[in-house]
Design a protein around this ligand. Structure first.
Ligand code: CO8
Length: 374
C-alpha cells in the first residue's frame, strides 16, 4: 500500500459578493411587493403574508456575513431573484468546468504537477450543471490529462467522499496522482424568495492533488492517516430538481424542487452524529482528540461547529484550532472544510495533526485525519 499525501491545494472565489444587508434589502422589497399585491387574499386569511428577513438574525443564527456569487446580476432584482447566467453552447467551456479549472490550475501549481503527472480527475460537488458528458471529463480534456475522470454528487460531503476515493486509488496503486475538484455553483438552486434559506449558500471552487509520498515534491505536504465516510438517510435537507420533473407535468422550478430544509432538525440531529464520527475516527487512527492541532470543519453554521467541537473536546475551541471561513463565504456545500484547510494550513509544523470533516445532506459525514509531513 502506498502512503498518500495531499500535495497541492487550490481555492478560487468569484469576483462578486453579496452582503447580508444587500440580500435582506432585496428580499424585504420583494416580500413587501408580494404582500401589497396579495393584500386582499391575506386580509381574507386565504394566504399568509411573507415575513421580513433581517441581517442581524442571519449573522446571529448562522455566523454568515457575506457570500460570493458566480454571477451577481439578477440575484437582487426583485423581478428575477436568481442569477443571470448566459447559456453556453455545446462547443464552449461550461460554467462549472470554468470554475473547476481555476481551482485545478492553482492546486497543480502548488503541488508542482503537470497534466502528465495526473491520471484521474474527480469533480465532486452538490450539483453538476448537466448529466453528461461529466464535468470531470471536460476538465480532464481541457487540461490534457490522460486517464479517467468522473463526477460525484454527495451534497456537502462531496469533497471528503471524493478525497477518500482518491486516497484509496493511490493507496492501492491504481492511480499515480488524482485531481479532486469541487466547483460549488450553488446560487442557481437557491430560493432567494424563501426567508429561511435565502442567506445560506455561496459559490466557490476548491481543488486538491493527492499522490504517493514517493512522488511528492511540494513544500507543503499532509500525509493521510485515515479516512471515513458515513451516510444515514434523512428527508430534512432536500433538492428535488431533476429530469423526471418533465414527465411529472410539474413546474421544474417550483419552490419544493429548490433547496429546502428543516434547519432546526438538521442542527439537532447532525451535531451529535458529527461529534461521534470525529471521536471514532480519531480513535481508529490511534490518536486522542488532544493530539489534533487543527479542525477544518464543514462551514454550514457557526453555532453548529461550536457545539460539535465542544462535544468533542469538552471545551470551546479557538479560531486558531477550528478556523471559521463561513462569515465571508457562507455555506459553500462540500467546499467549506476545504476552504478552511486552504486558508489555514501553512503555519502547521511537521508532525502536527489535523482533521478535515464535512457533514450535510443525505445525511452524509466524511473525514480525513492528516499529519503535516513536509
Ligand atoms: N430573518 C429573520 N427571522 C428569521 C429568518 C430570517 N432570514 N429566518 C427564520 N427566521 C425566524 C423564524 O421564522 C423563527 O421565528 P419563530 O421563532 O417566530 O418561529 C426564528 O427566526 C428562528 O428560526 P429557526 O428556528 O429556523 O432558526 P435557527 O436558529 O434554527 O437558525 C438555521 C436557522 C441558520 C438554518 C439553522 O437551523 C441551521 O444552520 N441549521 C443547520 C443547517 C445545515 O447545516 N444545513 C445543511 C444544509 S446544506 C447541505 O447539506 C447540502 C447542501 C447542498 C448545496 C445546496 C445549494 C443550494
Amino acid at each position: 500500500m502506498n502512503e498518500v499525501v495531499i500535495s497541492g491545494v487550490g481555492l478560487w472565489k468569484p469576483d462578486h459578493s453579496i452582503s447580508n444587508e444587500e440580500l435582506v434589502e432585496s428580499y424585504n422589497a420583494w416580500a413587501a411587493s408580494y404582500n401589497a399585491e396579495n393584500q386582499r387574499a391575506i386580509d381574507a386569511g386565504e394566504i399568509s403574508p411573507k415575513p421580513l428577513s433581517s441581517a442581524e438574525f442571519i449573522e446571529k443564527a448562522s455566523g454568515i456575513k457575506s457570500r460570493y456569487v458566480y454571477k451577481k446580476e439578477g440575484v437582487l432584482d426583485i423581478a428575477r431573484m436568481r442569477p443571470k447566467i448566459v447559456r453556453r453552447g455545446d462547443d464552449e467551456l461550461s460554467h462549472q468546468a470554468e470554475m473547476a479549472l481555476h481551482a485545478a490550475k492553482l492546486a497543480m501549481a502548488s503541488a508542482g504537477k503537470t497534466a502528465d503527472d495526473i491520471d484521474m480527475v474527480i469533480v465532486s460537488c452538490a450539483y453538476t450543471e448537466r448529466s453528461y458528458p461529466a464535468i470531470a471529463i471536460e476538465v480532464q480534456g481541457a487540461l490534457g490529462i490522460q486517464g479517467t475522470g468522473f463526477d460525484m454528487l454527495v451534497a456537502c460531503s462531496a469533497a471528503t467522499f471524493a478525497l477518500q476515493r482518491a486516497h484509496d486509488a493511490i493507496a492501492a496503486g491504481s492511480s499515480k496522482a488524482v485531481l479532486v475538484i469541487n466547483p460549488e455553483l450553488t446560487s442557481p438552486q437557491i430560493n432567494y424568495r424563501d426567508r429561511d434559506s435565502h442567506f445560506i449558500f455561496g459559490d466557490v471552487s476548491t481543488a486538491m492533488i493527492l499522490e504517493p509520498d514517493s512522488t511528492a515534491t511540494a513544500p507543503n505536504q499532509f500525509k493521510i492517516l485515515g479516512t471515513k465516510s458515513q451516510t444515514v438517510f434523512s428527508n430534512n435537507i432536500r433538492s428535488n430538481f431533476g429530469y423526471v420533473s418533465r414527465a411529472e407535468d410539474v413546474d421544474p422550478f417550483m419552490d419544493e424542487n429548490l433547496f429546502h430544509q428543516n434547519g432546526r432538525s438538521v442542527f439537532k440531529e447532525v451535531c451529535p452524529m458529527a461529534a461521534a464520527h470525529l471521536q471514532d475516527q480519531i480513535e481508529k487512527v490511534g490518536l486522542g482528540t488532544s493530539d489534533i492541532r487543527r479542525w477544518w470543519l464543514h462551514q454550514a453554521n457557526l453555532n453548529m461547529n461550536q457545539l460539535i467541537i465542544r462535544r468533542v473536546l469538552g471545551r470551546d475551541a479557538s479560531q486558531d484550532e477550528s478556523p471559521t471561513v463561513l462569515d465571508r463565504f457562507a455555506n459553500t456545500a462540500s467546499a467549506g472544510s476545504i476552504i478552511a484547510f486552504c486558508q489555514n494550513h501553512e503555519d502547521l509544523v511537521i508532525g502536527d495533526k489535523g482533521v478535515i470533516c464535512s457533514f450535510g445532506a443525505g445525511y452524509s459525514i466524511g473525514s480525513l485525519v492528516l499529519e503535516k509531513c513536509s
